[in-house]
Design a protein around this ligand. Structure first.
Ligand SMILES: *Cc1c(COP(=O)(O)O)cnc(C)c1O
Length: 433
């Protein structure tokens, strides 16, 4: 084993996301990262179009985030959160309560997005339990959703492209409404919510909550939908006594053009999940916020306690970097940056709409998506190398070629990403013919 180089050792011993150790596929080694660039072990610098899965919104190696981490590590890297608190947790909770909707006043720090979703589901079920409504334990959600890889989160992720077939016997049975299709409020028709409406009416007696990703469904299909859908969902949840959980783990912190996507619908969830860009992509941390009704309601019978408590809950290093990341974001001209990215994506991706392989081009905030007619799994043998050879890092999946770059990306760098997306199309066309 000693004489294996890193890539060979990796291929033989290390799992990557959704991978097989038998057919590990093409992997590139990153040795450092700066701004929007990843430096590979062969010396090449490539432009990151993925923000390390929505998270590195300020780019890499940011001086203020580095400073926060370095300072905090000399005070304390970690301390347990049971019975103890610390300034980084309090500071971050203050900021989160401050920047989210006014009713969200309580913060649970979780260690990853999936765990934040588990906690949200627990909050909802425990809330109804404490009200004596022990039959309200199911979750209504949308097809094409993605909420994480733990069991509760998997149970509410898309039943077809998720992992339901593998884990059918162990996954909680949830209720699925069709994915929203209406793109713009101007085109809204009451039919767009009809099936959701029927489901919430029929199942209200057993429903604890609705969970969904507001405005943009991420890993479950990169789909975009209109704010009116969210307003209708909020109304129906109120009417039928069902809590509303918004999963803003991908959309949070400016990605869709507002700090949080729910702002565009002018609604407020009962429970909100945050993660990914929370620490500016530095380390893992997530948060589940909730309103007074849920927080106090869990303890309605006085001895009810929220049953969750991870070992690394509210890790001080992560909290400190998250606070710094929020400061950097708010002090930056992020609205204009996201708007400029959006405008450029709209212009530069529009050209690809006419390509015979392309089903649809979609842009929302700093997210650009090309949906193809066909899946590209088989192309994954040559595609990663082809993409890196274009000087960029884009990771297509299923039938989607998409980017969500760091907000700090410069205009010419963004053009390099969009033209690489075009070159992928050309190459796919060439290999198809
Ligand atoms: C990534 C993601 C999650 C899961 O977060 P992890 O940190 O990967 O566990 C949950 N919900 C949404 C919307 C996500 O994009």
């Amino acid at each position: 084993m000693q004489d294996l180089d890193n890539l060979s050792f990796d291929a033989q011993h290390i799992w990557h996301p959704y991978s097989s150790v038998k057919h590990p596929g093409q992997i590139h080694e990153v040795v450092s990262a700066q701004g929007v660039h990843l430096t590979l072990s062969d010396g090449r610098k490539i432009i990151d179009g993925m923000s390390s899965w929505w998270s590195a919104i300020h780019g890499y190696n940011h001086p203020e985030l580095n400073h926060a981490a370095k300072n905090q590590i000399d005070d304390m890297a970690h301390v347990m959160f049971g019975g103890l608190t610390h300034p980084p947790a309090v500071e971050l909770a203050r900021k989160l309560i401050d920047i989210t909707a006014e009713p969200l006043q309580y913060v649970f720090f979780a260690d990853s997005g999936s765990v934040a979703v588990e906690v949200a589901i627990k909050m909802a079920i425990q809330y109804w339990f404490a009200q004596g409504q022990t039959q309200k334990q199911k979750i209504l959600t949308l097809r094409n959703g993605y909420h994480g890889d733990t069991f509760g989160a998997m149970s509410v992720s898309d039943p077809e492209n998720g992992m339901h077939n593998l884990f059918e016997q162990v996954l909680a049975k949830q209720i699925f409404a069709p994915a929203p299709t209406c793109l713009r409020d101007e085109d809204w028709q009451d039919d767009d919510i009809a099936e959701f409406k029927t489901l919430i009416e029929t199942h209200q007696h057993e429903l604890a909550a609705v969970i969904l990703e507001p405005l943009v469904q991420g890993a479950g299909g990169m789909r975009v939908y209109c704010p009116e859908y969210l307003r209708q969902v909020r109304q129906l949840c109120d009417q039928h006594n069902v809590l509303l959980i918004l999963d803003e783990i991908a959309t949070g912190f400016g990605r869709t053009g507002t700090l949080f996507a729910y702002e565009q619908a002018d609604i407020c969830p009962d429970i909100l999940c945050l993660g990914k860009a929370l620490t500016g992509g530095y380390m893992t941390l997530a948060a589940t916020l909730c309103n007074d009704k849920v927080a106090k309601g869990i303890s309605a019978d006085n001895d009810g306690v929220l049953m969750h408590g991870p070992t690394f809950m509210a890790n001080p290093l992560a909290c400190k970097v998250a606070s710094a990341s929020i400061d950097v974001l708010l002090a930056s001209d992020w609205q204009n940056k996201v708007k400029r990215i959006e405008q450029k994506l709209l212009t530069e991706l529009a050209d690809y709409q006419a390509d015979p392989l392309v089903k649809e081009v979609r842009v929302k905030g700093a997210i650009g998506i090309i949906e193809l007619h066909d899946m590209i799994w088989e192309q994954m043998t040559w595609l990663p190398k082809f993409i890196v050879d274009q000087g960029v890092w884009i990771r297509p999946f299923k039938n989607l070629i998409y980017i969500m770059p760091p907000y700090i990306i410069q205009s010419d760098e963004l053009s390099q990403l969009t033209s690489a997306m075009g070159k992928i199309l050309v190459e796919l066309n060439n290999r198809n013919s």
